[in-house]
Structure formats: structure tokens, C-alpha cells
Ligand binder design. Structure first.
Ligand code: IDP
Length: 136
């Protein structure tokens, strides 16, 4: 059974030239990119996307960072795509992320950890609707 997940290549990943690396890993795994867009988020969209973190102390920093420069939003499809991409991404804290994962190979700071991937089918549906309201 195929499912979809929302992936973001965050501003740090775009700035550092990692778009190709991230997409190559997605495709090498056998997952398919079914939508893709380079854009700079406005604060409203960023707050909606990270709504579950509203009360966290780092929320302001998170919104500021994710809106600071262009990111790439992708919808990725395949069998167990949500879990498959989370495995490719590695742990949230890039120092703890295994080598061989996107975060493990490319990042050191939790606030600049290169990618986002939906964490559940409910989040994926909600996030895909925020980024690609008319596409799915
Ligand atoms: P996830 O991206 O691995 O799903 P979440 O816990 O959903 O991790 O957190 C969302 C994002 O918020 C993380 O990817 C990270 O960039 C940022 N973040 C999480 N914890 C912290 C923190 O303690 N300080 C700064 N940023 C954080």
C-alpha cells in the first residue's frame, strides 16, 4: 500500500546546496517525488505547519528560521513513505542521527537539521494540504 509524506528541504539545506543530495537519497530508496516547489514561506503558513510546537520555547526561532530564505517542499510517495523518509532523515538532533542519514551526514545543530518529514498519516495529510492545497 502506497502513502504520501510531506518533505521540506529547509532553508539551511537549500543554502548549502543539498537539494540534489536529498532528492537523490529519496529516489535511490525507491520513493517517488510527486510534487515539488521552491518557495519562501510566510509566517502564517510556517505557524500553521508547526502548530503543534506553538507552546515550545523555540517556536519563535523555528518560525523565523523556516521563513528566512527559500525552502523546497516535496510530496513523496511510496510504500510506508512516512517511516521510510524519517529513516532517511535520521534523528531530530543531528549529533545523535546515525551516519548515513541526511541529518547524520550533513548537520550539527537541532535548529538547522536540513529536512522535515511528516511523522504520521494525520500529519502528512494536514501538511500536504497546507503546502499543496489543490494538488491532492
Ligand atoms: P522532527 O523535525 O524530527 O519531526 P520535531 O520534534 O517535530 O522534530 O521538531 C520540529 C523541528 O523543530 C525540528 O526539526 C527542529 O528543527 C526544531 N527543534 C526541535 N527541538 C528544538 C530545540 O530544542 N531547539 C531548537 N529547535 C528545535
Amino acid at each position: 500500500m502506497s502513502e504520501r509524506t510531506l518533505v521540506l528541504i529547509k532553508p539551511d539545506g537549500v543554502k548549502r546546496g543539498l537539494i540534489g543530495d536529498v532528492i537523490a537519497r529519496i529516489e535511490r530508496k525507491g520513493l517517488k517525488v510527486v510534487a515539488m516547489d521552491l518557495r519562501t514561506l510566510d509566517a502564517e503558513t510556517a505557524k500553521a505547519h508547526y502548530a503543534e510546537h506553538t507552546e515550545r520555547p523555540f517556536f519563535g526561532e523555528l518560525v523565523e528560521f523556516i521563513t528566512s530564505a527559500p525552502l523546497v517542499a516535496l510530496v513523496v510517495e511510496g510504500p510506508r513513505a512516512i517511516e521510510a523518509f524519517r529513516q532517511l532523515a535520521g534523528a531530530t538532533d543531528p549529533v545523535k542521527a546515525n551516519t548515513g542519514t541526511i541529518r547524520g551526514d550533513h548537520a550539527l545543530e537541532i535548529g538547522e537539521n536540513v529536512v522535515h518529514g511528516s511523522d504520521s498519516p494525520e500529519s502528512a495529510a494536514r501538511e500536504i494540504k497546507i503546502f499543496f492545497p489543490d494538488r491532492f
